[in-house]
Design a binder for this molecule. Structure first.
Ligand code: NOJ
Length: 768
């Protein structure tokens, strides 16, 4: 066992050295040559304990279950390379002073935190930003978030989460870009650019691409559960956004919690060394997810903590997040000869290089006098409002129920999300995690509508009871929030009567409903997708009055909209739109912004339809065969709303699909062109989407797969021609039989249009 592993270690080290020598075809160096030189020189002065210290990321807070002591003493001994979960600027400086002034070699600490969709100004959640189908939305948001975070002492963010999510039951679907590898790759790269800039430098924040890999394929959509994903599906789908992020220059990766094909990701040599380092040539560092080294024992994979440290480091994990297993066991492993000091050096090197390139040695401290001004930049809020407007998806709009007139006099606003500042920004906010103190002022939908209509409008709010995720008796361990007991039958009847009365008395009803942010995210999977609590009953009561009803969803996943999709005239999915979310919703509701977002996920009818994704394979029966095609006999098997779908206040026509080459060799590229026209009354944004299908070959290929998209603005009557390449990158797939990327001679279908059901079609033949 040890022999085999040591052999693997030697190979891995060889891989790193080879990358350093930049052999032909290898990518440019991730870190600068100067950083490498300085890191190597520093490494020579370090004791083994100091090296192991760099491989340790300690918790910066004292919290039950996290850490019982402050890390001061360890830092002074050079035992801490990085700190996480500490956002107090004074505390960051205090800890940094210990590292720089008291530790023998004065190596600064790298401070990491989950800056997921904003730091002080909170942008739409990642699933929402992916709905913009505009990578510049992610890039702009993450640039601002990165600038804020860096000014406040955070140099490393545990973003982007690029896990493919094909199952809305999985709570973490909200943190990623949805189900598609092509869209997900574009969003992943945009985030790397946003945070890191063109190169890691003193103004950038290093990203940590997570959760490597296959985490979104959790059995049953249950968070942390095992994933079973064959290599071809890993390569063709799950790994694609990771590779894209790596190619964009991501400085670090985070190894996931779960078992992948029975081997925990944080001890998975195939993932962390064979794929990441050897195939892709990654030169950065791998950090585990929190406590994941220690958990290798809980998984039943490691015998004891020493074995856990051994398995993690030999698999290719550089840094141990919060479990102290490296700190407590690596020296012993070196002493026993199971891990060589040369290998430890290889693991330390990228950590030091990152610190040099990020400018920590020159500027280790936060300038406390500048932080507040930076975090409260007014341009942040203006940008947030704009990007939120670009991220919303109009799911339904019967008889042009939207946009609403600004002359409306009486509006009933119903639903528990309507005026809740806690619910508009979604999860992963500093405030949401560590209580008030973030000092931003989220704008609710009620406030946004008031701002839009001014004092003349008469607005009645019937909030109803806040739905509660937490089972009675339990307290949320992070926020300390106590559960709201569910309403009694009398209270329910009362709220419904109030909603009905307010609706009956209004010109229009705006229902703001969905999930509270803690209902999605980590450890927040669901077995149903219902609107929680009594929201649907309140909605039905409002619709029963015959008044026009608009449903605004605040949600982190698709919800069961079967009833609403038939009875509520307009449904706007705002996801969690962020700090200015209420203003952005009002912009869309009243027509100042024309919605142009599209779904990054297939919207299921019920939870039982999951996992549901558009890029599935064909079955043995033709799709249109009269029988034996239906996948469920008790429900339509198709999504309620397809991947790529979203309405606008105008209409678009796609026409004139043509290929520059209809026949070509596998080495060629054909240019696909399509004309898009705004055929409606107002300016609006269309998203042109290109899908392909390989009809036959050495493996079955998905019925459709996205291989190009572009969001464009069009004036009424205006036509634009868009062109997309179809070449090796788009046509290739990982062949399970030969285990390599292939472009095969075959016939290909090509479609262009506004969603994944597009019918405009062309043929492409690829020859030998
Ligand atoms: C656990 C989560 O899985 C991960 O996404 C996050 O980055 C770490 N905790 C650190 O907060």
């Amino acid at each position: 066992m040890h022999l085999r592993r040591n052999f693997a270690l030697a190979l891995f080290a060889g891989g790193l050295l080879a990358a350093a020598g930049t052999p032909a075809g290898a990518q440019a160096r991730l870190f600068s040559p100067a950083a490498r030189q300085k890191a190597e020189a520093l490494l020579k002065q370090m004791t083994l304990d100091e090296k192991i210290g760099q491989l340790n990321q300690s918790a910066g807070i004292v919290m039950p279950g996290v850490s019982t002591t402050k890390p001061d003493d360890m830092i002074a001994k050079g035992g801490v390379g990085s700190i996480l979960w500490q956002m107090n600027v004074k505390e960051i400086n205090r800890l940094q002073h210990i590292a720089v002034e008291k530790s023998r070699l004065h190596i600064p600490i790298l401070f990491g935190f989950d800056v997921i969709h904003g730091y002080r100004t909170i942008f739409p959640v990642p699933l929402a930003m992916a709905s913009s189908w505009d990578p510049s939305v992610e890039e702009q948001a993450q640039r601002l978030a990165g600038q804020d975070a860096r000014a406040a002492g955070i140099e490393w963010t545990f973003t982007p989460m690029v896990d493919i999510a094909r199952d809305a039951r999985w709570g973490r679907i909200v943190e990623g870009a949805g189900e598609d590898p092509f869209l997900g790759s574009a969003m992943a790269q945009a985030q790397v650019r946003g945070f890191q800039g063109a190169k890691l430098g003193p103004d950038s924040v290093m990203v940590c691409v997570k959760h490597f890999a296959g985490y979104g394929a959790a059995d049953g959509g249950r968070d942390y559960d095992s994933s079973y994903v064959p290599e071809e599906l890993m390569r063709n789908v799950y790994l694609r956004p990771f590779h894209a992020a790596e190619q964009a220059g991501a400085g670090s990766f985070m190894s996931a919690y779960m078992d992948l094909n029975d081997v925990p990701a944080s001890g998975n040599h195939w993932l962390l060394t064979d794929v990441l380092r050897k195939d892709w040539g990654f030169q950065g560092l791998v950090l585990t997810d929190a406590f994941a080294v220690k958990s290798l024992q809980t998984h039943g994979f490691a015998k004891d903590p020493e074995d856990a440290a051994y398995k993690a480091i030999s698999a290719g994990v550089n840094m141990d997040m919060a479990s102290l297993t490296y700190s407590q066991n690596l020296a012993q492993l070196v002493k026993e000869g199971k891990v060589s000091e040369a290998y430890i050096d290889q693991m330390v090197l990228p950590i030091l290089e990152a610190k040099y390139d990020l400018g920590l040695f020159e500027h280790p401290y936060v300038d406390e006098s500048k932080v507040e001004a930076m975090l409260n930049r007014p341009e942040g809020l203006a940008l947030e409002r704009k990007l939120a407007g670009r991220s919303m998806v109009l799911l339904r709009n019967q008889n042009r129920a939207l946009p609403l007139s600004k002359d409306l006099k009486k509006i009933a606003i119903i639903g528990p999300m309507a005026d809740s500042t806690r619910d508009i920004e979604g999860g992963w906010t500093v405030e949401g995690l560590f209580g008030p103190g973030g000092k931003n002022h989220p704008v609710t939908v009620l406030a946004g509508i008031r701002n839009k209509l001014g004092p003349g409008a008469q607005i009645t709010l019937v909030a109803g009871p806040q739905p509660s995720k937490i089972y009675p008796g339990l307290v949320d361990s992070i926020t300390g929030v106590k559960p709201t007991p569910p309403p009694t039958p009398e209270e329910t009847a009362n709220w419904i009567a109030k909603a009905k009365a307010a609706a009956a008395d209004a010109d229009v009803v705006v229902a703001v409903m969905g999930e509270t942010p803690n209902m999605s995210g980590e450890a927040a999977s669901r077995a149903t997708l219902d609107l929680p609590g009594i929201q649907e009953q309140m909605l039905e009561a409002a619709v029963a009055t015959g008044k026009p009803v608009v449903l605004v969803l605040l949600n982190g996943r698709p919800l069961d909209m079967r009833w609403a999709s038939e009875h509520v005239p307009a449904i706007l999915d705002a996801w969690y739109p962020g700090t200015e979310g209420g203003n952005a919703v009002a912009d869309v509701l009243f027509g100042d912004v024309n919605p142009g977002g599209k779904l990054p996920v297939s919207w299921p009818r019920v939870a039982g339809a999951e996992p549901l994704y558009y890029n599935h394979n064909l079955t043995h029966e033709p799709e249109d065969a009269p029988e034996f095609t239906s996948r469920y006999w008790d429900m339509n098997s198709k999504p309620l709303y397809p991947f790529g779908y979203g309405l606008s206040y105008t209409t678009f026509q796609f026409a004139n699909l043509r290929l520059s080459k209809t026949r070509m060799t596998a080495a060629d590229t054909s240019e696909v062109s399509v004309d898009v026209t705004n055929t409606g009354p107002v300016p609006g944004d269309a998203v042109a989407q290109i899908y392909i299908h390989q009809r036959y070959g050495s493996a079955s290929r998905p019925v459709r797969q996205l291989e190009g998209f572009k969001r464009i603005a069009l004036q009424p009557g205006e036509t634009k021609t868009l062109t997309f390449p179809l070449g090796r990158n788009e046509l290739q797939f990982w062949d399970p039989q030969t285990k390599r990327w292939l472009v095969e001679p075959s016939a290909f279908d090509v479609w262009a249009g506004g969603d994944s059901t597009a019918s405009l079609h062309a043929d492409l033949t690829v020859t030998q």
